[in-house]
Design a protein around this ligand. Structure first.
Ligand SMILES: C[S@@+](CC[C@H](N)C(=O)[O-])C[C@H]1O[C@@H](n2cnc3c(N)ncnc32)[C@H](O)[C@@H]1O
Length: 185
């Protein structure tokens, strides 16, 4: 499945609070509680396209929130891959984990961030890292979680940023337009 197909296959409304579900088709961020949002679908599509996910990839989804992006990534990697969603808010992590579990994709899960830890370095490296919250500066600790030929997509200082690690370990950073996000804490 490609990005357009997974966006059709994983209904956004299943990852929204009941009072927002009727708005799922609107191309704008929607509140998911706890001061957080479900990202604008067009932005999610652009980030997933930049991430270039393949079947079998190991993916880290930082800022998993409702679990929607984790569920989308699960369809892209398929059962030979894996997706680990990490969420800072304990309440959102519980809800996001339940939303992802309901889709019965055993290779995808959401859990709460470990205190003081960005991402999940102990379980890396990852082929792909998606971050759905905005950093002020590129977090080196997330770049370090990329394996060879790994790609990180993260909003940094208002600009969508793609970091690609080549197989010799060197890193290439490119920018892909202006976006607004909740802060990465
Ligand atoms: C735009 S929202 C949720 C988007 C989410 N991918 C979805 O599909 O619903 C970004 C999330 O990042 C979380 N967040 C912020 N800083 C974080 C951190 N250091 N580690 C993990 N999650 C973080 C917020 O709590 C928030 O739920």
């Amino acid at each position: 499945m490609d990005v357009a197909e997974v966006l059709l296959a994983v209904p956004r409304e299943d990852f929204l609070p009941a009072d927002q579900r009727a708005l799922a088709g609107e191309d704008r961020p929607l509140p998911i509680g706890h001061g957080q949002t479900s990202s604008q679908p067009r932005t999610v599509a652009a980030m997933l396209a930049l991430l270039d996910v393949h079947r079998g990839h190991r993916v880290l989804d930082v800022g998993a929130g409702s679990g929607w992006t984790t569920a989308l990534l699960a369809e892209l990697v398929g059962p030979t891959g894996s997706v680990l969603g990490i969420e800072l808010s304990p309440a959102l992590a519980r809800w996001g984990a339940a939303n992802v579990a309901a889709r019965k994709r055993s290779w995808a899960a959401v859990r709460e961030a470990a205190p003081g830890v960005l991402g999940a370095p102990d379980e890396g490296p990852y082929d792909r890292v998606l971050v759905s919250a905005e950093a002020r500066r590129l977090p080196e600790s997330l770049v370090d979680q990329l394996g060879p030929a790994g790609i990180l997509v993260i909003p940094v200082g208002g600009l969508m940023t793609r970091v690609e690690r080549s197989s010799d370990g060197s890193v290439r950073t490119t920018e892909h337009g202006a976006y607004r996000f909740v802060p990465l804490l």
